[in-house]
Design a protein around this ligand. Structure first.
Ligand SMILES: [Zn+2]
Length: 435
C-alpha cells in the first residue's frame, strides 16, 4: 500500500516539476552576480596575475561555476581547463667566430627564440650590412623581424645605438613557441665581407604554464558558434608599493568574467537546445600580451565563429546614462546594429564606443579574433576617460554598481538571442582594414 502511494505521488510530481520549470525562465540575478564578482575580486585571488597561485584559484573557481552551469567541454578536451605553455627566453652562452677569430661579447647581439642553435658555416646565412651612413634605427626595425638566418655587419659608427639595443636583447623575452631555426646575429665591425663564420647559441628557456577556462552548450548547428568571452587575469600585487598594493581588478575584468559565468548559467538553464552552439571563455594573460585569446583562437576555426561578445568593464554606469552600454569597432561589422535592433522596445540601449581616440577596439581580446575576420567586439560601460580606478589598486567591488551590472548582463543576454537562434548573423570584419 505504502509502496504504491509513493509511486503514485512520483507520477504526479514529475509532470508538476516539469510544468513549474517551464513557467519560470532562468534568471540572471543580483545575488549571484554579486557573489561571483566578490569572489573573483577578493584579496584571496591576489589580483589574478599570471603565474601566481591567485590566478590558479580564480581558474578553479570559474571551472566550478562552469560545472554548476552544466557546460560541456570543448571538442577534444576532458576538462574546462585549456592549458598551454609560453616560453621565457634569455640569452645564455653565445660564441661567434668570424674568419677564425672569436668576436668580443660587447660587439655582438643575438635575436633568437632557440633553445640552442649552431651555424657551422656561412651556408644558408643571409649577410647584410649597416653602413656608417645608414639609419640603423630604421634598419634595425626591419631586420629584427626578418625570418631566416641573418648575419648583420654593423659599422662601428653606430656603436652607441648598438649598445642600447644589446642591453635590450639581454633581457628575457616571451614567446609562444621555441623556434630553433630563425635567428639574427648582429656584429659591430668594420668588416663588410668574410670567408668563414661559426655561431653557437645556447639560450636559457623556461616553459611557463597558462590556462584559459572554456566550456560550451552544443547547439543544433555544431559549426556555427556564438562566443562570449572576458579576461580573468589582472595585475596582481605590486611589490614595493606603499599602501594598498593589491590590484583586485573588480571592474577590469572580474565584471566581464562574472557576466560570462552568468550568461553560461542563463543559456544552459533554457529547456531547449540552442540552434547555434554557444562557447564561453575566460581568457588568461590579456594584461600581459594577449596570449590567452591568441592560443584560444588557434584552437578554433575562426570561420565558424558567427559573433564574439567580449565583455570588458561593465561594473560602472556609462556616459549616456543608466541602461546603456557601448560597443567598440561599431562600424567594423553589423554586430552593433543588430544588438541595437534586438533590444529595441526595452529600457536598454547600445551605442558606439564614445572614446574612439583610445583605440579600445584594439586593446582587448576581441581584436585577436577580429583579425581573423570574426565580428568580435567589446561591450563596456565604464567612462574610461575619467575613471579613477582603471589599472589602480582601488579597482574594488565597493566602487561598482551591482544593479547596473546585472541589468547590463540581462541586456546582453536579450541582445544575443537572435544570433543564437540563427535569426541574426552579423557581417564579417574585414581584417585588411585592421591594424
Ligand atoms: Zn580589461
Amino acid at each position: 500500500m505504502k509502496k504504491s502511494l509513493i509511486s503514485m505521488l512520483g507520477v504526479l510530481l514529475i509532470p508538476l516539476f516539469t510544468f513549474t520549470s517551464c513557467q519560470q525562465p532562468p534568471e540572471i540575478n543580483l545575488e549571484d552576480v554579486t557573489r561571483v564578482i566578490t569572489t573573483l575580486a577578493s584579496d584571496e585571488m591576489e589580483g589574478r596575475m599570471i603565474f601566481t597561485p591567485g590566478i590558479e584559484k580564480a581558474s578553479q573557481f570559474i571551472q566550478e561555476e562552469f560545472k554548476a552551469a552544466g557546460l560541456e567541454y570543448l571538442d577534444g578536451m576532458n576538462s574546462y581547463n585549456q592549458q598551454f605553455n609560453i616560453y621565457s627566453i634569455a640569452p645564455g652562452n653565445v660564441i661567434i667566430s668570424i674568419d677564425g677569430k672569436v668576436v668580443d661579447a660587447q660587439n655582438f647581439l643575438t635575436i633568437s627564440k632557440a633553445e640552442s642553435l649552431e651555424w657551422p658555416s656561412l651556408e644558408g646565412v643571409n649577410v647584410l650590412t649597416v653602413t656608417a651612413s645608414d639609419n640603423f634605427q630604421t634598419k634595425y626595425g626591419e631586420i629584427s623581424r626578418m625570418p631566416g638566418k641573418n648575419l648583420v655587419l654593423v659599422d662601428p659608427a653606430h656603436k652607441e645605438f648598438f649598445g642600447r639595443v644589446k642591453g635590450f636583447t639581454l633581457r628575457a623575452s616571451r614567446a609562444t613557441e621555441v623556434n630553433n631555426e630563425d635567428a639574427t646575429v648582429m656584429v659591430l665591425t668594420s668588416q663588410t665581407a668574410m670567408k668563414n663564420l661559426s655561431v653557437k647559441i645556447d639560450n636559457n628557456v623556461t616553459a611557463q604554464s597558462l590556462s584559459n577556462v572554456t566550456g560550451k552548450i552544443s547547439g543544433n548547428r555544431a559549426n556555427e558558434i556564438v562566443l562570449f568571452g572576458a579576461h580573468y587575469d589582472h595585475l596582481g600585487i605590486r611589490e614595493g608599493m606603499e599602501g594598498d598594493n593589491l590590484f583586485n581588478g573588480a571592474n577590469d575584468d572580474a565584471s566581464g568574467t562574472t557576466a560570462v559565468i552568468a550568461l553560461a548559467k542563463y543559456f544552459a538553464a533554457m529547456n531547449k537546445k540552442p540552434e547555434r552552439t554557444i562557447v564561453f571563455v575566460a581568457f588568461t594573460a590579456e594584461e600581459s600580451g594577449g596570449y590567452g585569446s591568441k592560443h584560444f583562437s588557434e584552437q578554433m576555426n575562426p570561420d565558424e565563429i558567427v559573433a564574439m561578445f567580449n565583455i570588458e568593464m561593465i561594473g560602472k554606469g556609462a556616459k549616456e546614462g543608466p541602461n546603456t552600454a557601448w560597443i567598440t569597432g561599431f562600424e567594423k561589422s553589423s554586430f552593433g546594429k543588430l544588438l541595437q535592433e534586438a533590444v529595441e522596445g526595452t529600457e536598454f540601449t547600445f551605442y558606439p564606443d564614445p572614446y574612439p581616440t583610445q583605440n579600445l577596439f584594439y586593446r582587448s581580446d576581441n581584436a585577436t579574433l577580429a583579425r581573423l575576420g570574426v565580428p568580435a567586439h567589446s561591450i563596456s560601460t565604464t567612462q574610461i576617460d575619467i575613471d579613477e580606478d582603471y589599472h589602480k589598486a582601488s579597482d574594488e567591488v565597493s566602487t561598482l554598481d551591482m544593479e547596473h551590472m546585472t541589468n547590463t548582463i540581462k541586456a546582453i543576454a536579450k541582445a544575443a538571442e537572435g544570433m543564437i537562434s540563427g535569426a541574426q548573423t552579423p557581417t564579417r570584419v574585414d581584417p585588411s582594414g585592421l591594424r
